[in-house]
Write a protein that binds this ligand. Structure first.
Ligand SMILES: *Cc1c(COP(=O)(O)O)cnc(C)c1O
Ligand code: SF4
Length: 358
């Protein structure tokens, strides 16, 4: 197994994917990522059965999933421990009763993104960078996501064939980096992605393409030859910011996907969210940084939770977040310490968490 893996990986960088009619030809018996995506677990009953969990979890899960559906790829479920209701991967995706509680200060659009629309699906909040909502779809539904109440499907730039977004980008020479976000931009087909990057490439002041995606973590099969071929063909500097919150999310398939991305000339960064019950210990955060680095990914941001309705049970007191971050700083080389940040509506950048400002 290991030898075969190494062999396949070594082939990737010099592999001429353009000689293939279809990437599927190389792995004729394995389902493609779209199939795996369609096959994700969406029924709380099934998730509880697969993991041999207490059936009492099912009804609350069904109730909470009405608001924001359960969705989790099977290969991610396979990384969870059976019979463990506190598994750090499970807690990220299982709907629970606490989501239905209304908590003061937790709102539906905590980031205030709606006010920063520069064109259909384009948010221009920070100097030099514009964020393009490429699609509303994600491979996984993370229960703490600040987008859980957001009408992203209607907001995506694809809706109008990218044109209004591309026109805004073309007209503003101060923008040098375009960030594809969502939703998850890699939910789009390679063909759609290429349409977009063909448009971006024709704008001389765009130098960098950044992609915010959870696919390499939750459905690493997405990083297939078609995707690599597309990336190889984009002449911009490429940064992919993945989203892992726990070292146990990173298995051999994830490492392989990351190696392929690095092989395609991509710089890999990680952004995580500090989540009560999931990664709120120094040990968990140290392990995460180390596991990322073994995979050639540098920790970039550790976000404190956006105060979105239904996610209050993941929140930590700010003093605890700071204490964890200070200990992390003491324990790790500087390059393995992510910046602890929060999103402040109207601020010119992500805001470092430095003391009590609440
Ligand atoms: C987070 C974010 C960015 C990127 O910020 P960086 O600090 O460059 O990572 C850009 N635009 C928007 C709207 C964002 O929310
Ligand atoms: S993948 Fe990202 S955008 Fe999608 S639900 Fe998870 S955190 Fe939210």
């Amino acid at each position: 197994m290991i030898a075969a893996t190494l062999h396949a990986d070594q082939l990737i960088p010099q592999f001429d994917a353009t000689s293939l009619d279809s990437p599927a030809q190389t792995v004729p018996h394995e389902p493609g990522w779209q199939q795996l995506l369609a096959d994700a677990v969406t029924d709380p009953r099934e998730l509880c059965t697969l993991l041999e969990l207490d059936p009492d979890l099912v009804l609350p899960a069904i109730a909470a999933a009405k608001d924001f559906a359960l969705r989790v790829p099977r290969s991610y479920v396979a990384r969870m421990r059976k019979r463990d209701p506190n598994d750090p991967l499970l807690l990220q995706v299982l709907p629970i009763a606490a989501e239905l509680q209304v908590t003061e200060g937790f709102v539906s659009d905590p980031v205030g993104d709606m006010n920063r629309r520069a064109a259909q699906g384009l948010l221009h909040k920070y100097q030099g960078r514009a964020l393009l909502v490429a699609t509303g779809a994600c491979a996984v539904h993370c229960r703490y996501c600040f987008r859980r109440h957001f009408p992203y499907a209607e907001e995506s730039a694809l809706q109008q064939g990218w044109q209004p977004a591309l026109e805004h980008l073309r007209a503003d020479p101060t923008i040098s980096e375009v960030i594809l976000s969502g939703g998850d931009p890699w939910s789009l087909s390679d063909r759609r992605l290429k349409q977009l990057t063909d448009g971006l490439q024709s704008i001389p002041h765009i130098r960098r393409l950044r992609i915010h995606t959870r696919y390499p973590i939750v459905l690493p099969e997405r990083v297939d030859l078609g995707l690599l071929e597309w990336l190889h063909g984009v002449p911009l500097q490429k940064v992919v910011v993945i989203h892992a919150n726990h070292a146990r999310e990173i298995d051999e398939a994830v490492r392989q996907a990351c190696r392929r991305l690095t092989g395609a000339g991509v710089t890999l960064l990680n952004q995580g969210v500090l989540l009560a019950g999931i990664n709120d210990s120094v040990a968990a955060l140290v392990e995460l940084s180390e596991a990322l680095f073994e995979t050639h990914v540098l920790p970039y941001y550790l976000h404190v939770l956006d105060k979105v309705q239904g996610a209050a049970h993941f929140d930590l007191p700010e003093a605890r977040a700071l204490e964890l971050h200070r200990e992390l700083t003491a324990r790790l080389p500087g390059y393995l310490v992510p910046k602890l940040v929060r999103e402040v509506a109207g601020a010119p950048s992500k805001t470092a968490v430095v003391g009590a400002v609440d």
